[in-house]
Ligand binder design. Structure first.
Ligand SMILES: Nc1nc2c(ncn2[C@@H]2O[C@H](COP(=O)(O)OP(=O)(O)OP(=O)(O)O)[C@@H](O)[C@H]2O)c(=O)[nH]1
Ligand SMILES: [Mg+2]
Length: 255
């Protein structure tokens, strides 16, 4: 997993890959094949003989290991997972860093407010998402659009239990993002976070308040409730987003 922050130019996917493998994943490598030991000849079946006689002796554990090793090696490394560059936005405190950290199996205990941006390579079974989180504080939001370029999808996180004022600010920011020329054709995942709090609005309330139906009609977007306590729901939501990203790969002219 890679985390970067600051105002430096955003590295490309290749640079991210070179810096480190995706969070928590183990990369397949190649290892030299062991030479058979001379002291333990392998049982041979001669060509032309009617039937090889079974050896009375059981194959040695070493030989079984050798066969297993060969079997694994001959399969080769798994096919590379596609990578997508995403931008993650939302007001400060909505939970962007906390959710992304948990997806990367990091502890969300020491999460601090993001000043500038931070990038994480978030691994999933069928894709790697290079997520660029933009800090949501008032003085940072005006610079968001400078970091949209190159994005293939958008994650918008909101605090479902926030004050009316903050919810209205979140709605305005989401509307701006949905209409921004560099984002308006991209898939959106909208996460109504903080659902564990008693004051949290339901997804239906948020959908109505954010006026998503008329604004996002014809676009590909997903609105899902979530909280830090239910990471399975978060992973399911990301799986839906990956489906949308893959659809784009297959049908580039659908939008
Ligand atoms: N109860 C509750 N707290 C949450 C949830 N998600 C995040 N938090 C808390 O909200 C606080 C802010 O979370 P961050 O992840 O820093 O929020 P952020 O969106 O990255 O904020 P900025 O980086 O400032 O834009 C942290 O104390 C988190 O523990 C949630 O679903 N439920
Ligand atoms: Mg943050």
């Amino acid at each position: 997993m890679v985390t970067r922050g600051g105002n430096a130019p955003v590295p490309g996917a290749a640079a991210l890959r070179a810096a480190a493998g995706p969070g928590g994943s183990v990369r397949a490598g190649t290892a030299p094949e062991p030479a058979p030991r001379a002291a333990q000849p392998l049982p041979a079946a001669r060509a032309g003989t009617s039937r090889a006689q079974p050896s009375p002796a059981q194959p040695s554990p070493w030989y079984m290991d050798y066969l297993c090793f060969r079997g694994l090696c001959c399969k080769g490394p798994p096919p590379p997972r596609p990578e997508y560059d995403l931008v993650c936005i939302g007001l400060t405190g909505s939970g962007k860093t906390s959710l992304l950290s948990r997806l990367c199996s990091e502890s969300p205990e020491n999460v601090v407010s993001t000043t500038g941006f931070s990038i994480k390579a978030v691994p999933f079974q069928n894709a790697i998402l290079n997520v660029k989180e933009l800090g949501g504080a008032d003085n940072i939001r005006k610079y968001w659009s400078r970091y949209y370029q190159g994005s293939q999808g958008v994650i918008f996180v909101l605090d479902s239990a926030s004050s009316e004022d903050d919810l209205e600010t979140a709605r305005n920011e989401l509307h701006s993002a949905l209409q921004h020329p560099q984002l308006c054709t991209l898939p959106f995942l909208i996460l109504a976070n903080h659902q564990d709090k008693p004051a949290a609005r339901s997804v239906q309330e948020i959908k109505k308040y954010f006026e998503l139906e008329p604004l996002a009609r014809g676009k590909r977007w997903i609105l899902k409730p979530c909280s830090l306590d239910d990471m399975e729901a978060v992973k399911d939501s990301f799986a839906l987003l990956i489906n949308l990203l893959e659809e784009k790969d297959l049908e580039p002219s659908r939008m």
